[in-house]
Write a protein of this length. Structure first.
Length: 344
């Protein structure tokens, strides 16, 4: 069925559609005549964006959770300048009955071009051991590469969409190339670029890409992507002949230390120039992408400031970018071609 998409909704619309529950909160009514009663506040999402929703009656009886897909019927209204869906009925939908990619945001970059850039970066690696390692990981028959192409780089903070891991890794590669060119004698370029491509490799096992909320897997919760990445790389290296122990150690250090500080989840802090470079390139990609996502999701056209953001510990000033955002929203009203599972 051709369900409506969030970016196609307007105030006054009668809606019957399928959405993902991105957030849920049971709130008490503030009015005296409804004392002791509650309403359910939901954030619904699909591939085009988010919309706030409310269930005003029998909210305590609603057995729904974040990450579930639901069929809802209701009316769109406007509240404080934002659209709100007032739900009359809600029914859970089995994920197997619907295309999960309808609810998963994806990179706005051309994925075929991103794949081409990965292959191009590998061809530039002159070190035969590192080139062979990357060729196997991203080879024609590799199961690893298909997961890499689709995986998000995070659940919420940055590059949290299909293709996000690939996009983020290539941003880090590009930043590392610039720094390597500025320091050609001090930095081992091949080692650094290999580390940039593989630093978040463990995320292909950390997140369930076929879950609409990108929930962590058991492995992701119990081990984390750093350990999972090391295990994948170690398994591939074990199949290679004469891979130098020292080179393996230097590559492992890049993976282990790329978060930079122990309070940021790094088991050890960077102790080589390549590790330091990788850490700051990774950090820059993460923070800039997070800011871009805030800009593109800004909906209050009357304010030049974003909502308060936990990562920024403040608001982002948007200023003259508001007109650009408005134009993006206007031109994106048409239905998107969201990716099918056969995309890659």
């Amino acid at each position: 069925m051709d369900w409506p998409l969030i970016n196609q909704l307007n105030s006054g619309d009668e809606v019957k559609g399928v959405f993902l529950i991105a957030n849920k909160q049971l709130n008490p009514f503030s009015s005296a005549d409804k004392q002791g009663r509650y309403y359910l506040s939901l954030t619904l999402k699909d591939v085009t964006g988010l919309i706030q929703a409310r269930i005003w009656d029998f909210a305590e009886d609603m057995d729904v959770e974040v990450g579930e897909i639901v069929l809802v019927e209701g009316t769109v209204s406007e509240y404080k300048g934002n659209l709100q869906l007032n739900i009359r009925s809600l029914e859970k939908i089995n994920e197997q009955e619907i295309d999960i990619f309808r609810f998963l945001p994806r990179t706005q970059k051309d994925m075929s071009q991103l794949i081409h850039k990965i292959n191009e970066a590998i061809r530039e690696i002159a070190n035969p051991h590192l080139n062979k390692l990357l060729t196997i990981i991203f080879g024609h028959n590799s199961k690893i590469k298909h997961k890499f192409y689709l995986a998000p780089a995070g659940k919420n903070v940055h590059h949290a969409y299909i293709g996000g891991l690939m996009e983020h890794s290539l941003e880090v590669v590009d930043l590392c190339k610039v720094l390597a060119d500025l320091n050609p004698y001090e930095i081992d370029r091949d080692l650094l670029i290999t580390g940039a491509l593989l630093h978040d490799l463990g995320k292909i096992e950390e997140y369930n890409i076929y879950n609409a909320a990108f929930n962590q897997t058991d492995q992701g919760i119990l081990k984390g992507h750093i350990i999972l990445g090391l295990e994948i790389i170690a398994e591939v290296i074990s199949c290679l002949n004469n891979f130098p122990d020292k080179l393996k150690l230097m590559l492992e250090h890049l993976i282990i230390s790329h978060h930079g500080k122990q309070e940021w989840g790094s088991p050890i802090e960077p102790k080589t120039i390549e590790a330091i470079t990788l850490h700051y390139a990774d950090l820059m990609s993460c923070h800039v992408n997070h800011a871009v996502q805030i800009m593109n999701s800004h909906s209050d056209q009357k304010s030049a400031w974003s909502k308060w953001d936990k990562v920024l510990n403040g608001s982002l000033y948007l200023g003259e970018y508001l007109s650009r955002i408005k134009e993006i929203e206007r031109t994106s009203k048409s239905s998107p071609n969201y990716p099918a599972s056969t995309l890659i």
